[in-house]
Design a protein around this ligand. Structure first.
Ligand SMILES: [Zn+2]
Length: 290
């Protein structure tokens, strides 16, 4: 991680979210700028990332759930780490009508991401109980750590919904709750207006659309981040700012990804390596077996 930051620092100028807000709203120019965002509020932000950004004075922003921070709950995808995925897929097949056979982790994630969040959590809970698996202990930041990060002046805090739903799967009421109430509660927790948001999963059209952007606008959000892989520019909607994922891979891989920008996805498509996305695009909503 430290080597990656050193390398990024060599090639880019790290900017804060206020700089980005000025870039989008006040016609301020930015050159060779880079802003680091981290989703989900994993404890490693505090234990691993915080010492590095303090050492190099790098401003970052993190996107958290007030439910995880306050109640110590984990997101569904954190909870299923280490599970027998084939078994979980077979369990899913008993509850929902579909014809596919298990092909791997990417396929399991694709089918789970079709479900409204309450159904998904219920499915995982009942699987866990059937298998006699204990719920995992807290994997995310607690409030004290969050406030310490904020007090450093290097970490800005944004919202990431309560339970990490694929917002496009949810009805209006749930979306309003997952975005609007989540922002209000987070504001109360950190004692400050929340102006930043990262969409769970974050693929434009597939995971969120105009409806979500409108609720964010009404909630006072200035910048919302997607996972569309390209460089940010003036032509972006500030409520759908693209990002490049660097959480996986070594330095040459990350550099190639930054170098290729949006062309990276074309390369990826050629090697057929984003199987989860390909499956999700072809899917129709699963029906419960009554
Ligand atoms: Zn996330």
């Amino acid at each position: 991680m430290e080597r990656i930051f050193i390398l990024l620092k060599k090639h880019y100028k790290f900017v804060s979210l206020s700089d980005l807000e000025d870039f989008y709203y006040h016609d301020i120019g930015l050159k060779n700028a880079c802003h680091i965002t981290v989703d989900d509020g994993d404890i490693s932000v505090y234990t691993h990332l915080f010492p590095i950004i303090k050492k190099y004075q790098i401003p970052i922003s993190i996107y958290v759930s007030p439910l995880c921070v306050k109640a110590g709950e984990n997101f569904w995808f954190q909870e299923i780490v280490g599970y027998d995925f084939k078994k979980l897929f077979e369990y899913f097949s008993k509850v929902y009508a579909h014809e596919a056979h298990y092909e791997g982790k990417h396929q399991l994630y694709a089918v789970l991401k079709q479900l409204p969040i309450e159904e998904l959590i219920k499915l995982i809970d009942s699987f866990r109980i059937t298998e006699g698996i204990e719920p995992k202990s807290r994997m995310g930041l607690n409030l004290e750590q969050l406030l310490e990060l904020k007090a450093s002046g290097l970490v800005e805090i944004g919202a990431h919904t309560y339970k990490h739903p694929i917002l496009a799967n949810e009805d209006n009421q749930t979306v309003t709750y997952e975005i609007g109430s989540c922002i209000l509660e987070l504001e109360e927790m950190i004692g400050e207006k929340v102006k930043w948001f990262a969409y769970p999963n974050g693929i434009p059209s597939l995971d969120f659309s105009k409806r979500e952007m409108e609720i964010l606008r009404e909630s006072g959000i200035k910048l919302a981040f997607s996972t569309e892989n390209k460089r940010f520019s003036k032509s972006d909607d500030p409520l759908s700012v693209p990002r490049t994922g660097i959480s996986k891979g070594n330095i040459p891989f990350i550099f190639a990804k930054l170098f290729f920008g949006s062309r990276w996805d074309i390369l990826k498509g050629l090697f057929n390596s984003n199987k989860e996305l390909e499956i999700r695009k072809k899917m129709v909503s699963p029906q419960k077996i009554s």
